[in-house]
Design a protein around this ligand. Structure first.
Ligand SMILES: *Cc1c(COP(=O)(O)O)cnc(C)c1O
Ligand code: SF4
Length: 458
């Protein structure tokens, strides 16, 4: 889908068309926010302050409509109202992102697509979708700690983020309750965290902790430090990662919240003294999210020796064409962010417009490999539904493009089990879509895929 601002159709006779134009080095550097009427008088200095970003974020329907009413087409505003009635996610968007959206054509804008639901683009859910498709809650020995892999665990100290993404896997917990979903609560609570720490200490095989959420941008600087130092002092722990989407949606935090940046830096430096790795994992999805402001923020981290890695989610209409993905990856390299993973979109309810087939993922992987340094080439993965963990997208035991069923195994995570991913209905033929709507035929297709993958139908 041609959605990138800089999109140029791939030309097989000139495979490095983006390179030739060196688009990845040209980052946006204008006062783009001034076209939002409410921010038209906002100076660069004020806009670069994270407090301004937080105070002026569009949180909920009324605030969002107020900010965009004058610049977005009327039909679009109506479409957003319809989207709010149907969306299972809370909405929160920073002024930074609002300013980067093309309000002349918000329908196809890749940033709008990720954060603002609209009624006209909501598709029928695949019948196999569930709210917690990764089974993070059933692999949780204590609340807010998912221990699925032998040597690493996912710690969720909080459930808030500076923005709310429509595609969030954790929509079972993140954000406030919406009209359609009541959330599990993971509040900032040092007492609850102690239970997680006790568990981590009691498991000698655990070496690697992902501190996620929610988003660690929303942790107070003192909590960044207490969590980090507490984990670093455990003899079994060798690696920590702070996960934050913040760099992609509010880079001002790094440029203006010195206490937060200093707290992270102190944990990184303490880790270095102890010969333990402490890094940041972030989440850019589209080249338009990377501006000169992002470069300044990432430079600040780079100068302090803080390693940043990126995890993207493959989304239809956002980054599901090869040249957009290639440009994203080159641009991440440009700001010293290491592209680590590109995820197949999880099987989350209510966002079928964003999912792609596994086939699309494989095609993009093929195109991207070779565009830049191997160590800056991300691994394209499916987080196997049902708790199988991340699998390389092309490593399926079986894939039927017609029914859209792929079957994966995870011998070192859940030996003997198999895991299925289901392509979205809109990527399948009309006839197969009908079959999915029928419970009997549904079971037959699944049994057939299981047999074809070498598993018993029983
Ligand atoms: C993704 C994830 C991790 C970290 O996995 P890596 O492949 O090392 O990035 C750990 N635990 C859970 C539950 C995860 O989902
Ligand atoms: S920032 Fe991460 S955890 Fe928060 S809503 Fe977005 S994807 Fe979910």
């Amino acid at each position: 889908m041609a959605t990138a601002q800089d999109f140029i159709p791939p030309d097989p006779s000139q495979s490095n068309h983006n390179e030739a134009k060196l688009l990845h080095r040209r980052l946006r550097d204008d006062e783009f926010w001034r076209k939002i009427p409410a921010f038209s008088e906002v100076s660069e200095e004020e806009f670069l302050n994270f407090v301004f970003q937080m105070r002026n974020s569009a949180y909920g329907e009324d605030k969002l409509i107020e900010l965009i009413e004058e610049i977005a087409p009327d039909e679009f505003v109506e479409d957003v109202k319809e989207g709010f009635r149907k969306a299972p996610m809370a909405v929160r968007v920073t002024p930074y992102l609002l300013g980067l959206i093309d309000w002349e054509d918000p329908w196809s804008d890749p940033i709008r697509t990720q954060f603002i639901p609209i009624g006209s683009r909501l598709y029928e859910d695949h019948p196999m979708l569930t709210l917690d498709s990764l089974h993070e809650q059933s692999d949780a020995p204590v609340e807010g700690l998912t221990h699925r892999y032998p040597d690493k665990a996912l710690f969720l100290p909080l459930d808030t983020c500076p923005v709310y993404c429509r595609f969030c896997t954790r929509s079972y917990a993140i954000g406030v309750d919406t009209e359609t979903v009541q959330k599990v609560k993971l509040r900032v609570n040092p007492k609850r965290w102690e239970e997680a720490f006790d568990y981590i200490e009691s498991q000698p095989q655990l070496e690697d902790i992902v501190i996620s959420g929610g988003d660690t941008f929303n942790l107070a600087f003192k909590h960044i430090e207490t969590i980090g130092m507490r984990l670093l002092e455990m003899p079994n722990i060798r690696r920590l990662r702070y996960a934050t989407k913040g760099l992609a949606v509010m880079p001002m935090k790094v440029l203006s919240d010195e206490r937060w940046l200093d707290a992270i830096t102190r944990v990184v430096e303490r880790g270095r003294k102890l010969h333990k790795q402490v890094v940041i994992h972030t989440h850019f999805n589209h080249p338009n999210e990377i501006t000169e402001i992002s470069r300044r923020a990432c430079n600040a981290l780079f100068e302090r020796g803080v390693v940043v890695r990126n995890q993207s989610v493959l989304q239809r209409g956002v980054n599901d064409d090869p040249s957009t993905m290639a440009l994203l990856i080159k641009r991440l390299g440009e700001i010293n962010v290491h592209p680590y993973y590109v995820y197949q979109h999880d099987m989350v309810q209510g966002v079928e417009d964003l999912r792609t087939s596994v086939e699309t993922n494989k095609e993009i992987e093929k195109y991207v490999r070779g565009v830049t340094a191997g160590f800056n080439t991300p691994t394209f993965v499916v987080d196997a539904p049902g708790g199988g963990g991340k699998r390389a997208v092309h490593s399926h035991e079986h894939y039927d493009r017609e029914t859209g069923i792929s079957v994966y195994t995870a011998p070192s995570v859940k030996p003997g089990e198999h895991f299925m991913y289901f392509d979205p209905l809109h990527s399948l033929s009309e006839e197969i879509q009908e079959s999915w709507r029928d419970e009997g035929q549904r079971e037959e297709m699944i049994a057939e895929a299981r047999r074809a993958a070498g598993f018993d139908a029983s």
